[in-house]
Design a protein around this ligand. Structure first.
Ligand SMILES: NC(=O)c1ccc[n+]([C@@H]2O[C@H](COP(=O)([O-])OP(=O)(O)OC[C@H]3O[C@@H](n4cnc5c(N)ncnc54)[C@H](OP(=O)(O)O)[C@@H]3O)[C@@H](O)[C@H]2O)c1
Length: 331
Protein backbone atom coordinates (compact mmCIF):
# COMPACT_ATOMS: atom_id res chain seq x y z
CA UNK A 1 0.00 0.00 0.00
CA UNK A 2 0.94 3.63 -0.38
CA UNK A 3 1.14 5.63 2.85
CA UNK A 4 -0.25 9.17 2.52
CA UNK A 5 -0.51 12.00 5.06
CA UNK A 6 -3.67 14.08 4.88
CA UNK A 7 -4.86 17.13 6.80
CA UNK A 8 -7.59 15.77 9.06
CA UNK A 9 -8.46 18.98 10.96
CA UNK A 10 -7.47 22.61 10.63
CA UNK A 11 -5.12 23.28 13.58
CA UNK A 12 -6.27 25.77 16.19
CA UNK A 13 -3.21 27.35 17.80
CA UNK A 14 -0.27 24.94 17.85
CA UNK A 15 -0.69 22.04 15.40
CA UNK A 16 -1.21 18.63 17.06
CA UNK A 17 -0.64 15.07 15.88
CA UNK A 18 -4.43 14.60 15.74
CA UNK A 19 -4.67 17.32 13.05
CA UNK A 20 -2.98 14.86 10.67
CA UNK A 21 -3.96 11.38 9.52
CA UNK A 22 -1.84 8.70 7.89
CA UNK A 23 -3.87 6.69 5.42
CA UNK A 24 -3.15 3.81 3.06
CA UNK A 25 -4.00 4.54 -0.54
CA UNK A 26 -3.85 2.53 -3.75
CA UNK A 27 -0.51 2.33 -5.57
CA UNK A 28 -0.77 4.81 -8.44
CA UNK A 29 0.01 4.03 -12.06
CA UNK A 30 1.49 6.63 -14.39
CA UNK A 31 -0.53 7.78 -17.38
CA UNK A 32 0.82 8.80 -20.79
CA UNK A 33 3.75 11.21 -20.46
CA UNK A 34 3.83 10.87 -16.67
CA UNK A 35 6.35 9.68 -14.10
CA UNK A 36 5.87 7.27 -11.21
CA UNK A 37 7.82 8.68 -8.26
CA UNK A 38 9.03 7.28 -4.95
CA UNK A 39 9.55 9.97 -2.30
CA UNK A 40 13.11 10.28 -0.98
CA UNK A 41 13.18 13.55 1.02
CA UNK A 42 10.35 15.80 2.25
CA UNK A 43 10.84 19.43 3.19
CA UNK A 44 8.85 20.62 6.20
CA UNK A 45 8.49 24.40 6.35
CA UNK A 46 6.91 26.95 8.70
CA UNK A 47 4.79 28.45 5.88
CA UNK A 48 2.82 25.19 5.65
CA UNK A 49 1.12 26.27 8.89
CA UNK A 50 -0.58 29.09 6.96
CA UNK A 51 -1.89 26.65 4.35
CA UNK A 52 -3.45 24.53 7.11
CA UNK A 53 -5.75 27.45 7.99
CA UNK A 54 -8.48 28.52 5.63
CA UNK A 55 -7.65 32.24 5.89
CA UNK A 56 -7.06 34.06 2.59
CA UNK A 57 -3.37 34.16 1.67
CA UNK A 58 -0.99 34.25 -1.29
CA UNK A 59 -1.51 30.52 -1.78
CA UNK A 60 -4.62 28.34 -1.48
CA UNK A 61 -5.27 26.48 1.78
CA UNK A 62 -4.84 22.70 1.91
CA UNK A 63 -8.13 20.86 1.59
CA UNK A 64 -9.29 18.67 4.47
CA UNK A 65 -8.81 14.92 3.92
CA UNK A 66 -6.44 15.58 1.04
CA UNK A 67 -2.66 15.08 1.10
CA UNK A 68 -0.46 17.90 2.31
CA UNK A 69 2.18 18.97 -0.20
CA UNK A 70 5.60 20.60 0.06
CA UNK A 71 8.98 20.54 -1.63
CA UNK A 72 9.99 16.92 -2.24
CA UNK A 73 12.88 15.06 -3.84
CA UNK A 74 11.77 11.78 -5.41
CA UNK A 75 13.20 8.95 -7.47
CA UNK A 76 11.73 8.09 -10.85
CA UNK A 77 10.52 4.48 -10.61
CA UNK A 78 9.13 4.37 -14.12
CA UNK A 79 8.50 6.91 -16.83
CA UNK A 80 6.47 7.23 -19.98
CA UNK A 81 8.15 10.55 -20.73
CA UNK A 82 11.24 10.72 -23.02
CA UNK A 83 12.98 13.30 -20.86
CA UNK A 84 13.08 11.11 -17.74
CA UNK A 85 14.33 7.59 -17.05
CA UNK A 86 14.10 5.16 -14.18
CA UNK A 87 16.68 6.10 -11.53
CA UNK A 88 16.58 9.86 -12.20
CA UNK A 89 15.88 12.11 -9.24
CA UNK A 90 13.47 15.04 -9.45
CA UNK A 91 12.20 17.81 -7.21
CA UNK A 92 8.92 19.68 -7.13
CA UNK A 93 5.90 20.60 -5.04
CA UNK A 94 4.56 17.11 -4.43
CA UNK A 95 2.19 15.33 -2.07
CA UNK A 96 3.12 13.74 1.27
CA UNK A 97 2.83 10.23 -0.22
CA UNK A 98 5.33 7.43 -0.47
CA UNK A 99 4.50 6.95 -4.16
CA UNK A 100 2.77 9.29 -6.60
CA UNK A 101 2.55 10.12 -10.26
CA UNK A 102 3.44 13.53 -11.66
CA UNK A 103 3.42 15.15 -15.03
CA UNK A 104 6.93 15.78 -16.32
CA UNK A 105 6.51 19.56 -16.27
CA UNK A 106 5.57 19.58 -12.57
CA UNK A 107 9.11 18.57 -11.56
CA UNK A 108 12.71 19.28 -12.51
CA UNK A 109 15.75 17.00 -12.49
CA UNK A 110 18.23 17.21 -9.63
CA UNK A 111 21.74 15.79 -9.78
CA UNK A 112 22.95 13.84 -6.76
CA UNK A 113 26.50 13.90 -8.14
CA UNK A 114 26.63 17.71 -8.00
CA UNK A 115 25.22 18.07 -4.47
CA UNK A 116 23.58 15.81 -1.87
CA UNK A 117 19.94 15.32 -2.90
CA UNK A 118 18.64 16.88 0.34
CA UNK A 119 20.47 20.14 -0.52
CA UNK A 120 17.93 20.77 -3.30
CA UNK A 121 15.32 21.33 -0.57
CA UNK A 122 17.52 23.76 1.37
CA UNK A 123 20.60 25.64 0.34
CA UNK A 124 20.05 24.92 -3.39
CA UNK A 125 16.25 25.12 -3.11
CA UNK A 126 13.53 27.33 -1.73
CA UNK A 127 15.21 28.39 1.53
CA UNK A 128 18.55 29.23 -0.11
CA UNK A 129 16.71 31.29 -2.73
CA UNK A 130 14.71 33.08 -0.03
CA UNK A 131 17.86 34.03 1.85
CA UNK A 132 19.72 35.22 -1.25
CA UNK A 133 16.88 37.09 -2.94
CA UNK A 134 15.31 38.62 0.18
CA UNK A 135 18.67 39.97 1.30
CA UNK A 136 19.68 41.30 -2.12
CA UNK A 137 16.36 42.56 -3.46
CA UNK A 138 15.03 44.25 -0.32
CA UNK A 139 18.02 44.39 2.03
CA UNK A 140 20.23 46.07 -0.62
CA UNK A 141 23.36 45.24 1.42
CA UNK A 142 26.41 47.50 1.35
CA UNK A 143 29.84 46.58 2.67
CA UNK A 144 30.41 47.72 6.25
CA UNK A 145 26.72 47.87 7.18
CA UNK A 146 25.20 46.02 10.15
CA UNK A 147 22.79 43.17 9.43
CA UNK A 148 20.61 41.58 12.13
CA UNK A 149 18.98 38.21 11.36
CA UNK A 150 16.29 36.55 13.48
CA UNK A 151 15.64 32.81 13.23
CA UNK A 152 19.36 32.89 12.53
CA UNK A 153 20.13 29.21 13.17
CA UNK A 154 17.41 27.98 10.80
CA UNK A 155 17.44 27.18 7.10
CA UNK A 156 16.90 30.72 5.79
CA UNK A 157 18.58 32.63 8.62
CA UNK A 158 21.85 30.69 8.62
CA UNK A 159 22.28 31.39 4.90
CA UNK A 160 21.34 35.08 5.18
CA UNK A 161 24.02 35.61 7.83
CA UNK A 162 26.71 33.84 5.82
CA UNK A 163 25.88 35.84 2.70
CA UNK A 164 26.09 38.98 4.84
CA UNK A 165 29.62 37.99 5.85
CA UNK A 166 30.61 37.22 2.23
CA UNK A 167 29.43 40.74 1.32
CA UNK A 168 31.47 42.33 4.11
CA UNK A 169 28.72 43.19 6.61
CA UNK A 170 28.75 43.01 10.39
CA UNK A 171 26.28 40.20 11.16
CA UNK A 172 24.36 39.65 14.38
CA UNK A 173 22.10 36.60 14.71
CA UNK A 174 19.25 35.90 17.11
CA UNK A 175 18.39 32.28 18.03
CA UNK A 176 16.78 30.25 20.80
CA UNK A 177 19.60 28.41 22.61
CA UNK A 178 23.21 29.02 23.65
CA UNK A 179 24.23 26.04 21.53
CA UNK A 180 22.68 27.64 18.45
CA UNK A 181 24.32 30.99 19.26
CA UNK A 182 27.70 29.26 19.49
CA UNK A 183 27.00 27.55 16.15
CA UNK A 184 26.22 30.91 14.51
CA UNK A 185 29.65 32.22 15.43
CA UNK A 186 31.76 29.08 15.13
CA UNK A 187 30.22 27.37 12.09
CA UNK A 188 28.62 30.22 10.17
CA UNK A 189 31.02 33.09 10.96
CA UNK A 190 28.47 35.53 12.48
CA UNK A 191 30.09 38.34 14.50
CA UNK A 192 27.65 38.19 17.41
CA UNK A 193 24.75 36.08 18.59
CA UNK A 194 21.87 36.70 21.00
CA UNK A 195 19.85 33.97 22.74
CA UNK A 196 16.35 35.45 22.86
CA UNK A 197 15.24 32.93 25.48
CA UNK A 198 17.75 34.20 28.04
CA UNK A 199 17.63 37.89 27.05
CA UNK A 200 15.30 40.04 29.13
CA UNK A 201 15.76 43.29 27.24
CA UNK A 202 16.04 42.60 23.50
CA UNK A 203 16.33 46.29 22.56
CA UNK A 204 19.35 46.67 24.85
CA UNK A 205 20.91 43.41 23.68
CA UNK A 206 20.64 44.61 20.07
CA UNK A 207 22.06 48.02 20.99
CA UNK A 208 25.02 46.32 22.71
CA UNK A 209 25.64 43.95 19.77
CA UNK A 210 25.23 46.70 17.15
CA UNK A 211 27.22 49.74 18.28
CA UNK A 212 26.66 51.37 14.84
CA UNK A 213 22.91 50.65 14.87
CA UNK A 214 21.01 48.33 12.49
CA UNK A 215 21.05 48.98 8.73
CA UNK A 216 19.32 45.77 7.62
CA UNK A 217 17.00 43.54 9.60
CA UNK A 218 16.17 40.17 8.02
CA UNK A 219 13.10 39.15 9.98
CA UNK A 220 12.10 35.49 10.13
CA UNK A 221 10.17 35.56 13.41
CA UNK A 222 8.23 38.81 14.02
CA UNK A 223 6.75 39.60 17.45
CA UNK A 224 8.69 40.88 20.44
CA UNK A 225 12.13 40.00 19.06
CA UNK A 226 11.47 42.26 16.08
CA UNK A 227 10.09 45.03 18.33
CA UNK A 228 13.51 45.10 20.00
CA UNK A 229 15.28 45.44 16.66
CA UNK A 230 12.92 48.19 15.47
CA UNK A 231 14.09 50.41 18.35
CA UNK A 232 17.65 50.25 16.99
CA UNK A 233 17.27 50.93 13.28
CA UNK A 234 19.41 53.50 11.50
CA UNK A 235 18.37 56.13 8.96
CA UNK A 236 17.46 54.47 5.66
CA UNK A 237 17.35 51.02 7.32
CA UNK A 238 15.73 48.19 5.36
CA UNK A 239 13.59 45.61 7.15
CA UNK A 240 13.16 42.46 5.08
CA UNK A 241 9.98 40.80 6.35
CA UNK A 242 10.51 37.19 5.38
CA UNK A 243 8.46 35.38 8.01
CA UNK A 244 6.80 35.68 11.40
CA UNK A 245 7.00 32.21 12.93
CA UNK A 246 6.43 33.54 16.46
CA UNK A 247 2.93 34.57 15.35
CA UNK A 248 1.84 31.69 13.10
CA UNK A 249 0.10 29.78 15.92
CA UNK A 250 -1.50 32.81 17.57
CA UNK A 251 -5.27 32.76 17.66
CA UNK A 252 -5.37 36.48 18.56
CA UNK A 253 -2.74 38.74 17.05
CA UNK A 254 -0.74 40.50 19.80
CA UNK A 255 -0.16 44.22 19.28
CA UNK A 256 3.36 45.64 19.63
CA UNK A 257 4.74 49.13 19.20
CA UNK A 258 3.18 50.98 16.26
CA UNK A 259 5.83 50.99 13.55
CA UNK A 260 4.97 54.21 11.71
CA UNK A 261 6.91 56.74 13.85
CA UNK A 262 10.04 54.59 13.64
CA UNK A 263 9.75 54.30 9.87
CA UNK A 264 9.13 58.03 9.38
CA UNK A 265 11.85 59.17 11.78
CA UNK A 266 14.42 56.92 10.09
CA UNK A 267 13.18 57.10 6.47
CA UNK A 268 13.18 53.32 6.82
CA UNK A 269 11.74 50.62 4.58
CA UNK A 270 9.77 47.63 5.87
CA UNK A 271 8.80 45.22 3.10
CA UNK A 272 7.29 41.78 3.09
CA UNK A 273 8.00 39.39 0.24
CA UNK A 274 7.39 35.89 -1.07
CA UNK A 275 10.35 34.23 -2.72
CA UNK A 276 8.29 33.41 -5.83
CA UNK A 277 8.02 37.18 -6.50
CA UNK A 278 11.56 36.85 -7.82
CA UNK A 279 11.18 33.65 -9.88
CA UNK A 280 12.93 35.30 -12.84
CA UNK A 281 16.07 35.60 -10.68
CA UNK A 282 16.16 31.96 -9.50
CA UNK A 283 18.77 30.78 -12.06
CA UNK A 284 21.29 33.51 -11.20
CA UNK A 285 20.67 33.04 -7.45
CA UNK A 286 21.17 29.26 -7.61
CA UNK A 287 24.31 29.71 -9.72
CA UNK A 288 25.78 32.09 -7.13
CA UNK A 289 24.83 29.88 -4.16
CA UNK A 290 26.32 26.80 -5.87
CA UNK A 291 29.49 28.70 -6.71
CA UNK A 292 29.94 29.95 -3.10
CA UNK A 293 29.30 26.38 -1.88
CA UNK A 294 31.92 25.04 -4.28
CA UNK A 295 34.44 27.68 -3.16
CA UNK A 296 33.79 26.79 0.50
CA UNK A 297 32.52 30.31 1.28
CA UNK A 298 29.09 29.01 2.19
CA UNK A 299 28.13 26.01 4.28
CA UNK A 300 24.85 24.57 5.55
CA UNK A 301 23.34 22.35 8.18
CA UNK A 302 20.43 19.97 8.03
CA UNK A 303 18.37 18.22 10.65
CA UNK A 304 17.26 14.98 9.01
CA UNK A 305 14.39 13.07 10.59
CA UNK A 306 14.00 9.44 9.57
CA UNK A 307 10.69 7.91 8.53
CA UNK A 308 7.73 9.03 6.42
CA UNK A 309 5.28 8.80 9.32
CA UNK A 310 7.41 11.26 11.34
CA UNK A 311 6.74 14.07 8.83
CA UNK A 312 3.97 15.79 10.89
CA UNK A 313 6.13 15.66 14.04
CA UNK A 314 9.12 17.10 12.16
CA UNK A 315 6.85 19.92 10.95
CA UNK A 316 5.57 20.60 14.48
CA UNK A 317 9.14 20.55 15.84
CA UNK A 318 9.96 23.66 13.77
CA UNK A 319 7.83 25.65 16.22
CA UNK A 320 9.92 24.55 19.18
CA UNK A 321 13.25 24.99 17.45
CA UNK A 322 14.30 21.31 17.33
CA UNK A 323 16.09 21.95 14.01
CA UNK A 324 19.49 23.39 13.24
CA UNK A 325 19.54 24.52 9.63
CA UNK A 326 17.04 22.90 7.25
CA UNK A 327 14.51 20.43 8.67
CA UNK A 328 14.07 17.52 6.26
CA UNK A 329 12.41 14.10 6.48
CA UNK A 330 14.19 11.13 4.91
CA UNK A 331 11.74 8.51 3.73
N1 LIG B 1 8.85 34.87 2.43
C1 LIG B 1 9.18 33.72 1.89
O1 LIG B 1 9.12 33.50 0.68
C2 LIG B 1 9.68 32.65 2.81
C3 LIG B 1 10.29 31.48 2.30
C4 LIG B 1 10.79 30.54 3.22
C5 LIG B 1 10.64 30.75 4.58
N2 LIG B 1 10.01 31.87 5.02
C6 LIG B 1 9.87 32.16 6.45
O2 LIG B 1 11.17 32.28 6.97
C7 LIG B 1 11.18 31.85 8.32
C8 LIG B 1 12.24 30.78 8.50
O3 LIG B 1 11.88 29.64 7.72
P1 LIG B 1 12.84 28.37 7.68
O4 LIG B 1 12.28 27.44 6.68
O5 LIG B 1 14.24 28.83 7.56
O6 LIG B 1 12.61 27.74 9.12
P2 LIG B 1 13.73 27.49 10.20
O7 LIG B 1 14.25 28.82 10.63
O8 LIG B 1 14.69 26.50 9.71
O9 LIG B 1 12.91 26.82 11.39
C9 LIG B 1 12.09 27.56 12.22
C10 LIG B 1 12.88 28.15 13.41
O10 LIG B 1 12.12 29.20 13.97
C11 LIG B 1 12.50 29.38 15.31
N3 LIG B 1 11.30 29.65 16.10
C12 LIG B 1 10.25 28.82 16.32
N4 LIG B 1 9.32 29.43 17.10
C13 LIG B 1 9.83 30.66 17.40
C14 LIG B 1 9.36 31.75 18.19
N5 LIG B 1 8.17 31.71 18.82
N6 LIG B 1 10.13 32.86 18.27
C15 LIG B 1 11.32 32.92 17.64
N7 LIG B 1 11.83 31.91 16.88
C16 LIG B 1 11.08 30.81 16.77
C17 LIG B 1 13.17 28.08 15.77
O11 LIG B 1 14.53 28.36 16.09
P3 LIG B 1 14.96 28.88 17.57
O12 LIG B 1 15.47 27.69 18.31
O13 LIG B 1 16.01 29.90 17.28
O14 LIG B 1 13.73 29.44 18.22
C18 LIG B 1 13.09 27.18 14.55
O15 LIG B 1 14.24 26.39 14.39
C19 LIG B 1 9.77 31.38 8.64
O16 LIG B 1 9.07 32.43 9.25
C20 LIG B 1 9.20 31.09 7.27
O17 LIG B 1 7.81 31.17 7.25
C21 LIG B 1 9.53 32.81 4.16
Amino acid sequence: MNKTIVLDKRPIGKPKMSDFKITDQEMPKEGAGELLLKTTYISVDPYLRGRMSDAKSYIDPFKLNEPISSGIVAEVISSTNDQYSKGDFVSGMLAWKEYQTASANAVYKVDGDKAPLSAYLGILGMTGLTAYLGLHQIGAPKKGETLVVSGAAGAVGSVVGQIGKILGLRVVGIAGTDEKVAMLKEDFGFDEGINYNTTENMAKAIADACPQGVDIYFDNVGGEISDGVLLNINRFARMVICGAISLYNETQMPVGPRVQPFLVKNSALMQGFIVSNYADKFPEAIAQLASWLGEGKLTYKETIVDGFENTPQAFMDLFVGKNKGKMIVKV
